[in-house]
Ligand binder design. Structure first.
Ligand code: NAD
Length: 379
């Protein structure tokens, strides 16, 4: 089996989908790994690092696309690149199918079986190939580091001869993978941390990291069967906002991470709430790329609103691209290895398998993903 990767076309994407340790394991399994020339140069990694792991370097993208059985990228390719892929081959990447449904038509037109990494079920069995978790974890870390860098205060308490400095207060909204890592990082830096989530099940996880869980009785909230948050009603959102406003007012740093699977992120921090915060405070909106939790947050921008710095996250895992690529590569390896037929030396696209059913988007010219078809009402 030939497995190819490409240079990412999106100028904001600096992560790699394959990394030397994963390449070494793949080639050891008998997979021929093809990488473009100068693949990791922007991360100070020469071709030799990838070649030593067993990869072959190619110069001709058209040829490499046409001969490969499996292609992998961080982000989905455009139609021009999809057209180059071998008919009947498999493609896998973050496809963002809910905001980019046209990509499914492109894969169908070209007869490519496509896998969307963000659709891999969040089950224990699939943990080692959970791309969302590996990247969200890093986003949570980067959010805190960025906040610490932008804040004109220090996170820990310091008792010095010149006086005592109190720890900063950090409020984290949404305690999923990114939020929990943000809590852990802020705690390690010495901040006083509070967190809120609509899923009551995370209270214990928040407390186990040494943070306070802010409680609010919103009535029935809960989570979907897949473990994702349910959307709140209008009344529940209003109740939540009043409590959020009070917590934000008392915080030096607010980090929002709230997401809803398959839909735009909920708007939680309004302009009025931002205005009520102390000048000099920092807000980091980790959901800025998916609609934004904070009014006025723009992905990739730092805006000062009434003295409050509002930072909209844009590819935060890319700020630590070396580690992000290492973990991404391991996720790719674990995915491929789980379905690799060692005798035939090829990927076995087992349509009966639960994980494959969860993440396979297109196959034999048809959009086949049940969850996608249900959520988008195409079924
Ligand atoms: P996510 O990125 O979809 O959302 C982030 C957090 O925002 C969630 O905790 C969600 O409850 C919260 N949120 C949504 N609306 C909110 C609102 N209005 N106010 C406050 N918070 C709000 O979440 P995620 O980190 O991708 O995790 C999704 C689910 O997957 C979770 O249940 C998580 O435990 C589960 N998960 C399971 C595994 C596993 O078992 N292998 C691995 C990772 C994640």
């Amino acid at each position: 089996m030939k497995l190819v990767t490409f240079r990412e076309k999106n100028p904001n994407e600096n992560r790699l989908s394959l990394f030397p340790p994963a390449i070494k394991k793949l080639t050891g399994m008998g997979v021929e790994v093809l990488i473009p020339q100068d693949y990791g140069l922007h991360l100070e990694m020469n071709d030799s690092v990838f070649q030593e792991a067993g990869a072959k370097t190619y110069a001709d993208e058209v040829e490499a696309s046409g001969v490969s059985d499996f292609s992998v990228r961080v982000r989905a390719p455009g139609i021009e690149d999809i057209k180059l892929l071998k008919k009947g081959s498999i493609h896998a990447s973050f496809m963002d199918p809910f905001t980019n449904p046209a990509v499914l038509d492109d894969f169908n037109t070209c007869g490519i079986s496509s896998v969307s990494f963000e659709m891999i079920p969040r089950t224990t069995l699939a943990q080692k190939m959970d791309f969302l978790s590996s990247q969200a974890n890093l986003a949570g870390y980067v959010a805190v580091i960025k906040a610490a860098e932008s804040l004109n205060k220090i996170f820990p308490m310091m008792m010095t001869a010149a006086g005592t400095v109190t720890p900063v207060k950090v409020f984290i909204i949404g305690a999923g993978v990114a939020g929990l890592q943000a809590i852990a990082t802020a705690k390690r830096l010495g901040a006083k941390v509070e967190a809120f989530d609509t899923r009551p099940v995370v209270e214990e996880q928040v407390q186990s990291l040494g943070a306070k869980f802010v409680k609010l009785d919103l009535g029935d909230t809960g989570q979907t069967d897949g473990g994702y948050a349910k959307e709140l009603t209008k009344e529940q959102m209003e109740m939540q906002q009043e409590m959020m406003a009070k917590c934000c007012e008392q915080s030096d740093v607010v980090i929002t991470t709230a997401q809803l699977f398959g839909r735009p992120a909920p708007r939680i921090v309004t302009g009025e709430m931002v205005n009520r915060m102390n000048p000099g405070s920092i807000i980091i909106d980790l959901a800025a790329e998916t609609g934004g939790n904070v009014e006025g947050a723009v992905a990739g921008e730092k805006n000062i609103i009434n003295g409050v710095t509002v930072i909209g996250a844009k590819n935060f895992p890319g700020h630590v691209a070396h580690v992000a690529s290492q973990l991404f590569g391991n996720n790719v390896l674990n995915f491929v290895e789980s379905y690799f037929d060692k005798e035939k030396k090829k990927f076995n696209l087992n349509l009966e398998d639960e994980i494959i059913q969860g993440c396979l988007m297109t196959h034999k010219g048809q959009t086949v993903n049940e969850m996608y078809l249900n959520i988008t009402g195409n079924k």
